[in-house]
Design a protein around this ligand. Structure first.
Ligand code: PEP
Ligand code: MG
Length: 838
């Protein structure tokens, strides 16, 4: 039986219509109402609509009836978001009440979806007949009762509507998107002009077109509609205008914002208190990498997609490619939109809805398609069309509208990535202190330390990847500084203290001079440590504790050797896979691994297999959205689910291991089955190669379950490498990148030391060795404790090596064992952990 969904701005209205429809159709008709917002406010919510659709869905199909304006857009989005293959979903243009009642009656009688839809559409005829009126035509249906409608809607003639725009920022991106959305599904052609400024006409379905009208607060617009549903279109637009185009109604006088104050951006909206920090302001965040940096603020410019030189296919093929990329981008945007909406950022979520509308904007798609017809490839055609649209925005007088060029570029970038374009590295406008909302690992890896003197991020915690990479680069960093950071003007003088976790904005000449003195003293102390950094890592009585480096590229390898690394304890191979449209080939991996191994000049290198997922998504792999990505398919879980990726990587590692001292380890292991499956793939890869090298195989200890069962794992692995970043996050149930949870992560030490003690004990019993490659290993005090717990190898950001070697030199075996005992929680001290140190 066909199901029905009622979408209305008002929950009460939707429920009332449902009740009425049930009366007509009988209790067995599946009807669901999706009225209002989750919060109880008036509005529509695509996700609520989607859920309602799924509840009544069957192979017979679902008919969705809507009231007006954004209800249509929400219903369209819901259809896009619906599970594929669950039965057809049809949106009905029928009047809500009459249509729903008529549809319920027919659905209850077992009619098909098409019959139900037809009946709903014709529902007004019943009313018309009763009123002894003629069947409504477009011109009669919306009588020109209002003085703002002139002319008729007969074929060829336009109905006209004049509207005064009262929004503070005029018809800006989001109201314009709602304008376009209100016309969704209506068979009509709409043109809009700005009567006040004599601009236009523009296509009413084009965001870019509407933007070029530069409609400001107080302007009058003229909307002309033609076609069978012209009257409905004008009704919908009139209703939308009555709702202030979906924007909040402001109390402030019209003139108050006439300066075109820029609308707050996404970050600012999440933190309404954020204001540009003035001179002398000190922002506080989470210390992420030590050192003092003084220099100009430099915002990170978003990397640009590079369109390749591949010859284009036929216009048909290129059109299909563009369609697929647009559909993928629409899905991505909807995912982002619903995530942001779920976090309570309804207005911010609208930005992504507006971006979604841009994807179908005729001002971009039409020229792109024309170029494709003329023989250009999809990527080049889209890029040219989007660049022109962005330039049209930039040419506008209104500063707010000019900024919307960025929206077009953002949307364009998504589509181009979907078309296989790679992104060139993130760029700075000059050397200085890098400001970013949050650095992706790819962006951080793309920074050149000659230009990036320090990193400051609005979000993120001390073990977020941006922080880790800053330490790897040996540059100071503070993370989690709050949304105000992004309000700092480009070029402002900043003093960043990576130890104290602070950023001072324009602190004045005297303060800058004082900090310069401190900076020089810190540099001198670092140079003194560096002078002894090449000595082997050992306690003062000679007990060896190898000090290795964590690296993520060949450039890091060279830096690691300079800083005194005795090997690589963690090679993060993700850098080879992130920010690219295709996975690297086996040969490319062989080349890069060989380069790294050569840079390490015969020192051992522990290669970690791909640790993607969660905060390190792979652009070329479509992963189902997860509610808790850190508890989801990441690390070895993802690799085992994509065995071809892992197989190619293992083959590359084996090929390089034939000539260099490589070891391999698997990340995020929780069960023995995972180790066995990964080892089986390794054995296969070796067999396939015919003469693969034998190499040590280890597991990372990042999941508490593994630490607690290390004795069962020990016989099946050669070594354990403890990833304290993840181990702390999973032990404390506190996300590592969340600045608000820094205190919880700090409190992880004692329990994490206890888990490490359990691992060293089990490893000792089976003659296995244990390393630590989480950030904890790079803290001098913690390094001594870890040595006391029996850890044989410490691996850290290269810049930490000199200080850690110095701390080890200052302790001996007894001292380290005592430090370990003090660091453990009370009950664990009674165990045998400290014996491992001897
Ligand atoms: C860890 O989790 O401690 C670790 C070293 O791995 P990553 O930081 O790359 O997740
Ligand atoms: Mg980890």
């Amino acid at each position: 039986m066909v199901g029905l969904v009622i979408v209305s701005h008002s929950a009460a209205l939707a429920d009332g219509v449902m009740e009425l429809a049930r009366e007509m159709g009988g209790a067995e008709v599946a009807i669901e109402s999706a009225g209002g917002m989750e919060s109880g406010e008036i509005g529509t919510d695509a996700e609520r609509v989607r859920q309602a659709v799924e509840r009544v869905r069957s192979p017979d199909g679902v008919l969705v009836l809507m009231d007006l304006g954004s209800a249509v857009m929400s219903a369209e989005m819901a259809v896009e978001m619906a599970e594929p293959g669950g039965g057809p979903i049809l949106l009905s243009e029928a009047p809500l009440v009459e249509g729903c009642v008529a549809a319920a009656a027919l659905a209850g009688a077992g009619a098909s979806l098409e019959e139900v839809a037809r009946e709903a559409k014709g529902a007004l005829r019943m009313k018309s007949a009763q009123l002894e009126a003629d069947e409504p035509e477009a011109d009669q249906e919306a009588p020109p009762a209002d003085e703002d409608i002139a002319g008729g809607g007969e074929a060829g003639t336009a109905s006209e509507l004049r509207l005064q725009v009262e929004n503070r920022l005029g018809l800006h991106a989001r109201p314009a998107a709602r304008f376009v959305g209100a016309l969704g599904g209506l068979d009509t052609r709409v043109e809009v002009s700005n009567a006040t400024r004599e601009r236009g006409p523009a296509d009413g379905r084009s965001l870019v077109g509407l933007a070029t009208l530069a409609v400001a607060q107080g302007d009058e617009i003229v909307v002309r509609a033609r076609g069978p549903q012209a009257a409905e279109a004008l009704d919908a637009l009139r209703a939308l205008a009555a709702e202030n185009f979906g924007d909040a109604v402001e109390d402030e006088p019209a003139g108050a914002a006439s300066g075109g104050a820029p609308e707050p951006d996404l970050e600012a909206e999440e933190d309404p208190a954020s204001e540009p920090p003035g001179a002398g302001t000190r922002l506080r965040g989470v210390p992420a990498s030590p050192g003092i940096a003084i220099g100009p603020a430099r915002r990170l410019r978003v990397p640009e997609p590079v369109v390749g030189d591949d010859p284009p296919g036929t216009p048909g093929e290129e059109r299909a490619r563009l369609d697929a990329a647009l559909a993928a981008a629409a899905q991505e945007l909807e995912e982002v939109r619903s995530t942001v909406a779920a976090r309570g950022g309804a207005e911010a979520a609208d930005i992504f809805a507006a971006h979604g509308v841009l994807l179908g904007d005729s001002a971009i798609t039409a020229p792109a398609l024309r170029r494709i017809e003329e023989g250009e490839g999809a990527a080049r055609a889209w890029q040219a069309a989007a660049t022109e649209a962005a330039a049209a925005f930039r040419g506008l007088d209104d500063p707010y509208m000019r900024e919307r060029a960025v929206d077009v570029e953002d949307v364009s970038r998504r589509v181009l990535t979907g078309l296989g374009c790679t992104l060139s590295g993130a760029a700075l406008q000059g050397p200085g202190i890098v400001l970013a909302d949050e650095l992706t690992p790819g962006e951080a890896a793309g920074l050149d330390p000659r230009d990036a003197w320090a990193i400051a991020t609005a979000r993120g915690g001390a073990t977020a990847h941006a922080a880790i990479l800053a330490r790897a680069l040996g540059i100071p960093a503070v993370v989690g500084l709050g949304a105000g950071l992004m309000e700092i003007a480009e070029g402002s003088t900043l003093v960043l203290d990576g130890e104290a976790g602070s950023v001072d904005v324009d602190p004045g000449d005297e303060a800058v001079a004082e900090r310069k003195v401190q900076q020089e003293a810190a540099d001198a102390a670092r140079s003194a440590l560096l002078a002894r950094a090449r000595e082997p890592g050992a306690l003062s009585d000679g007990r060896r504790v190898e000090v290795f480096a964590n690296i993520g590229s060949a450039a890091d390898a060279a830096r690691a050797v300079e800083q005194g690394a005795e090997g690589v304890g963690l090679l993060r191979t993700e850098f080879l896979f992130l920010d690219r449209a295709e996975p690297p080939s086996e040969d490319e991996q062989v080349e890069v691994l060989s380069e790294i191994a050569r840079a390490m000049e015969g020192r051992p290198v522990v290669v970690r297999t791909l640790d993607a997922g969660a905060d390190k998504p792979l652009p070329f792999l479509r992963q189902e959205p997860e509610d808790n990505p850190f508890l989801g398919r990441r690390g070895i879980r993802l690799s085992l689910a994509e065995p071809e990726l892992l197989r190619a990587q293992l083959r590359a590692i084996l090929r390089v291991a034939a000539e260099h001292p490589l070891k391999v380890m698997f990340p995020m292991v929780a069960t023995l089955d995972e180790v066995r499956a990964a080892r089986a793939l390794l054995a296969d890869a070796r067999d396939g190669l015919g003469s693969g090298a034998e190499l040590e195989v280890g597991v990372m200890v990042e999941v508490p379950a593994l630490a607690l069962q290390a004795a069962q794992f020990a016989p099946e692995v050669d070594f354990f490498s403890i990833g304290t970043n993840d181990l702390a996050q999973y032990t404390m149930a506190a996300e590592r990148g969340n600045a608000a949870l820094a205190a919880l992560l700090d409190a992880s030490r004692a329990p994490v030391f206890a888990l490490i003690a359990a691992v060293t004990e089990a490893a000792d019993a089976h003659g296995r060795w244990v390393g630590v490659c989480g950030e904890l290993a790079g803290e001098p005090d913690a390094a001594v404790v870890l040595a006391g717990l029996g850890v044989r190898e410490l691996s850290m950001a290269p810049s930490r090596i000199p200080a850690v070697k110095a701390a080890l030199r200052e302790s001996d075996t007894e001292g380290a064992a005592a430090a370990a005992l003090r660091a453990l929680p009370q009950r664990a001290r009674d165990g045998t952990a400290s014996d491992s140190a001897r």
